[in-house]
Ligand binder design. Structure first.
Ligand SMILES: *Cc1c(COP(=O)(O)O)cnc(C)c1O
Length: 381
């Protein structure tokens, strides 16, 4: 194992290819035609991935993914609008927090740590509250790894003529979505998750009609996606300094995404990583938080072993010494940790992760990964 540069089993930034890193070895003038061509190609490519040529436009924004989420909410939800935020984890909660900062009205449908928001529940809220203008949902809620039922939610939101905003940060690029079959006003993602680029910008794929109607909504100049888009359309340039090297790396990442078979090809590899990780971990006694039906091919939450010797920091440090950076859990009720399936992880890395987990359990004198609830159930049986 290459222990000097550990593999990232995290939901982004993730392990990138050498060729993506090498694409950053050149400096670009942000106003230059060559760089403007890169921006145009980036936007064209992303819009094509959602079949959005006739309906949506791409607005890239400097910063991490959260910047793009905040900018999209600020641009699309009018000051007098009202947002329904579907929450089942940290990223739904974060959208509520953004609304608090914006000082705009919202209600939450909060399902707790990981239960999926269902269409009937969303419909009941929309019917009861006609003031709601928009609904926001997280596609893959990265805190638990659940893949939320986006199609049924989009159907009900469209039927009730509200605008849908999808945080697809950790899903887009590996989970197929078409603007021709799923109706949404905006889908937000970033460079450094399933596209396997490096961090530095996010983007929002916005229904052109909705964006054009958004004048005066944004509370902040830098966050105004209408202004960003209009400037881009007029000049081919980003407003303000773009992350030139990150964009160059992203173009290379898009090329490799295409070579892997696009969204379907990437999905297949991540799905295989997920299935092999889950099967191997279950063999070691671990349990997943979610039933198979809700597991995403992005990231998996495992309950921590219930054995008295288990300590997350020790487990983390020893996994790192084996060449893998794992991710802490985010559940309020039970101890857990997460393993990501995305980035440059292939069969040999997955095999090595499983071998490393077995080694580390052994080093910690823990017989297997059985979680506390299963140990307690066995003890009381
Ligand atoms: C990663 C992530 C974000 C935020 O991205 P940052 O780049 O950390 O700001 C938002 N939503 C979801 C679902 C994510 O997975």
């Amino acid at each position: 194992m290459n222990t000097e540069q550990p593999y990232l089993l995290t939901p982004g930034p993730i392990t990138t290819t050498l060729s993506v890193k090498q694409a950053m070895l050149q400096d670009w003038g942000s106003w230059d035609g060559d760089f403007r061509a890169k921006t145009a190609e980036l936007c064209r490519h992303l819009i094509a991935l959602i079949d959005g040529e006739d309906s949506h436009v791409c607005v890239p924004l400097q910063g991490s993914g959260t910047f793009a989420v905040e900018a999209t909410l600020a641009t699309l939800v009018p000051k007098a609008g009202k947002l329904l935020v579907l929450m089942n984890g940290a990223y739904g909660q974060r959208m509520g927090k953004i609304m608090d900062y914006l000082g705009r009205d919202y209600v939450a449908l909060d399902k707790g740590d990981y239960a999926p928001p269902r269409a009937e529940e969303v419909e009941a809220v929309l019917v009861a509250d006609p003031a709601i203008t928009h609904v926001a949902v997280v596609h893959c809620e990265t805190s638990s790894g659940i893949l939320n039922p986006i199609e049924e939610i989009a159907e009900v939101v469209a039927r009730h003529q509200r605008g849908l905003i999808i945080d697809s940060m950790s899903a887009f690029g590996a989970v197929a979505i078409s603007a021709k079959t799923v109706q949404f006003d905006a889908l937000i993602s970033s460079a450094n998750k399933c596209f396997e680029g490096v961090p530095g910008f996010g983007f929002s794929l916005i229904r052109q009609r909705a964006l054009e109607a958004s004048k005066g909504n944004a509370h902040s100049l830098s966050m105004d996606l209408l202004d960003q888009w209009q400037y881009l359309a007029k000049t081919g340039q980003w407003r303000y300094t773009p992350p030139t090297h990150v964009v160059a790396a992203f173009l290379q990442a898009l090329k490799e995404h295409g070579e892997e078979g696009g969204v379907a090809g990437r999905h297949a590899r991540y799905q295989r990583n997920q299935q092999r990780l889950v099967a191997g971990m279950r063999q070691l006694g671990f349990e997943t938080l979610l039933s198979d039906e809700w597991l995403s091919p992005i990231i998996i939450t495992f309950f921590s072993p219930g054995h008295e010797h288990f300590d997350f920091q020790t487990f983390y440090d020893r996994m790192k010494a084996q060449g893998f950076i794992i991710y802490p859990g985010k559940l309020t009720a039970a101890e857990s940790f997460r393993l990501g399936c995305i980035g440059q992880l292939h069969d040999p890395q997955i095999d090595a992760v499983l071998a490393a987990v077995a080694t580390v359990l052994n080093e910690m004198n823990i017989p297997d990964g059985t979680p506390a609830h299963a140990l307690n159930a066995a003890a009381s049986a």
